[in-house]
Design a protein around this ligand. Structure first.
Ligand code: SF4
Length: 240
């Protein structure tokens, strides 16, 4: 077997993410609670999550099983942002569960982050379905429509302003396109830092686009690019 084939084999599934490409995980500043984390902020964020769970601002609100506001720390220094809940997320009420979520956990672990130390959210909070009459059907997922994205966008910006993370990491084409207003293919813009303005007078947040874990499951060759992006993120987190 050639050297490149051996490397490709070593990167071939989610279980080898850490062993094949990452050093031993070490605690980073993102894993530590920030000093002075105000109880008020947690309460404000909990209220926001309850409002999202009660939202009916677009048709997805009447077909979902449950809204999926997000998971993680209100004091997170990094927010990971995906597209929208699928079947498993709709049933569990948590983003990025299932195979993609397990891989995202391994990717985060490889740079010393965890589901508890970051915040994970989606562009839309409710499950977009091809056949909304049957939320129990698997393989019923679809991308959110522009109208659904527009209706839901304010929730994400409010989450970003409330958490005030240092960094956003968008996962896949849709979150990068929506937040950056840039339809350039994700393969061309991944790994390049941009600034995102969450509105409301808040300071811009640095944003790093990368591939969605589902894309890595389909094409393991992309793991190398995502590992490069995660090393980049880790280096930025280590800066004061
Ligand atoms: S997708 Fe967003 S805007 Fe639509 S009902 Fe759910 S929370 Fe509300």
């Amino acid at each position: 077997m050639t050297k490149s084939l051996r490397r490709r084999a070593a990167l071939s599934d989610a279980s080898d993410w850490i062993a094949s490409s990452a050093p031993a995980a070490t605690a980073t500043p993102a894993a530590r609670p920030r000093a002075g984390a105000a109880r008020g902020k947690a309460e404000v964020f909990a209220e926001l999550s309850e409002k999202i769970k009660a939202c009916r601002a677009c048709p997805l609100g009447s077909t979902r099983i449950q809204a999926v506001p997000g998971v993680g720390s209100v004091d997170a220094r990094v927010m990971f942002i995906g597209e929208g809940p699928g079947f498993d997320e709709d049933h569990r009420g948590e983003p990025f569960v299932g195979r993609s979520g397990q891989l995202l956990d391994k990717i985060m672990e490889s740079i010393g982050l965890s589901r508890a130390s970051v915040y994970i959210a989606n562009i839309v909070k409710c499950h977009p379905m091809v056949d909304p009459s049957d939320p129990e059907k698997r393989g019923n997922d679809r991308p959110p429509s522009p109208e659904e994205i527009a209706a839901c966008r304010g929730w994400l910006d409010t989450q970003i302003r409330t958490i005030a993370p240092r960094f956003l990491v968008t996962l896949g084409a849709v979150p990068a396109r929506v937040l950056l207003g840039d339809a350039t293919p994700i393969s061309k813009i991944r790994g390049v830092w941009r600034d995102y303005d969450p509105g409301g007078g808040a300071a811009p947040v640095r944003l790093l686009p990368t591939f969605h874990p589902a894309a890595l499951l389909r094409n393991p060759d992309l793991k190398r690019d995502v590992w490069t992006d995660m090393k980049n993120l880790k280096a930025e987190l280590a800066r004061p």
